[in-house]
Design a protein around this ligand. Structure first.
Ligand code: BJW
Length: 295
């Protein structure tokens, strides 16, 4: 059954049909129905840690073992997850509308795996599957590293006492996001090291708080923004739109005439809905709504 009011659906689709210059700003809520937790609200805690507190250079400096356990777990979960109908719907829109780009805050690789045309997908916050050297003086970067676990010490522990376990059947993986599951303390010697400088620890190629977004991505978006007189539409999907500069693109698009469509599970969680008075607000699961409104 449809979750979208017919009147809103019609007026949105009428505008979408006429639109050529279109943006989508996507966030963790887009991947929620693929089983990946969001950052804020329910699911925003990893063990006892606030997920946004682990996503900082300071946390990595203090306890790289803990931060790697968090990211190794998320790499593992993202590899097990599958793109959902919202990822596919955006990929299809990109094939239909050549002047449409998706600005993704997600690092889970699900949009690329849904075959979103890569030149129309801008990864604002990097990728879980990029790794780079954490040493300030080393520039080592590696893309598409899907090794899981990236080093043996980061393997997800299994339940050795599980009676169903036989040599033929893999032991049940423990859920290390659960505080009741013991985690080993990992130090420098257990963690992935830079193959180039042989000195630094490798770290996930994601953008942490206080770090700059990838320069080429920012440049591409800037060029796209100034590449036309106006923008027709921005869709703000599954994001609390609180993290900058990403959230600022809603403002920038609005300033160039864009109408704003918000897709979110929670009407009260998006500052954009109050601040920018979204022209459409589609409340519910993005995985259900996106294929419906982009049909
Ligand atoms: C559903 C759903 C379903 C659930 N269907 N919906 C201006 C003002 C104030 C502060 C700043 C500013 N400019 C910069 C700052 C500082 C800072 C910042 O923004 N702070 C704010 C929090 C106040 N920004 C930065 O530090 C950025 N860097 C920077 O500005 O550098 C400048 C610089 C210049 C020169 C030198 C050096 C630096 C970097 C920000 C990087 C953010 N990184 C993270 C971690 C990435 C790695 C990782 O994944 O671990 O990115 S933080 C985290 O938040 C992650 C996300 O991409 C990002 C956004 O979160 P998102 O996706 O919106 O998730 P949630 O959980 O917040 O929301 C989910 C939504 O979905 C909710 O609304 C739900 O209701 C909804 N939902 N299920 C539909 N099924």
């Amino acid at each position: 059954p449809s979750v979208v009011p017919q009147k809103d659906l019609e007026s949105f689709q009428e505008h979408l049909d006429k639109s050529t210059r279109i943006l989508a700003l996507i966030g963790a809520g887009l991947s929620a129905s693929s089983g990946l937790p969001t950052f804020r609200g329910a699911g925003g805690l990893w063990r006892t840690h606030d997920a946004t507190q682990l996503a900082t250079p300071e946390a990595f400096g203090r306890d790289p073992g803990l931060v790697w356990q968090f990211y190794s777990y998320r790499r593992h979960m993202a590899l097990k997850a599958k793109p959902n109908p919202a990822h596919y719907a955006l990929a299809e829109l990109a094939r239909k509308k050549e002047d449409f780009i998706t600005l993704s805050q997600n690092v889970d690789g699900l949009s690329p795996r849904a075959k979103h045309p890569p030149d129309q997908l801008k990864l604002l916050h990097g990728s879980l599957f990029d790794v780079k050297c954490s040493d300030f003086f080393c520039n080592y970067v590696e893309s598409n590293n899907y090794t899981d676990p990236i080093v043996p010490a980061l393997a997800i522990p299994t339940d050795e006492s599980d009676p169903t376990t036989t040599s033929a059947l893999a032991a049940r993986e423990l859920d290390i996001s659960d505080i009741n599951v013991d985690l080993p303390e990992l130090t420098f010697s257990h963690l992935p090291r830079c193959p180039k400088c042989k000195r630094g620890l490798l770290r996930p190629g994601v953008v942490w708080f206080g770090e700059q977004l990838p320069a080429k991505v920012m440049r591409d978006i800037e060029e796209w923004m100034v590449g036309g007189d106006k923008i027709d539409l921005i869709m703000v999907i599954g994001t609390s739109a609180r993290v900058y500069p990403a959230a600022g693109y809603v403002d920038a698009a609005r300033a160039k005439g864009a109408r704003v469509a918000i897709v979110n599970m929670d009407k009260n969680d998006v500052p954009a809905s109050g601040l920018y008075k979204g022209d459409w607000f589609f409340e519910g699961d993005a995985a259900q709504i996106m294929p419906e409104i982009l049909k």
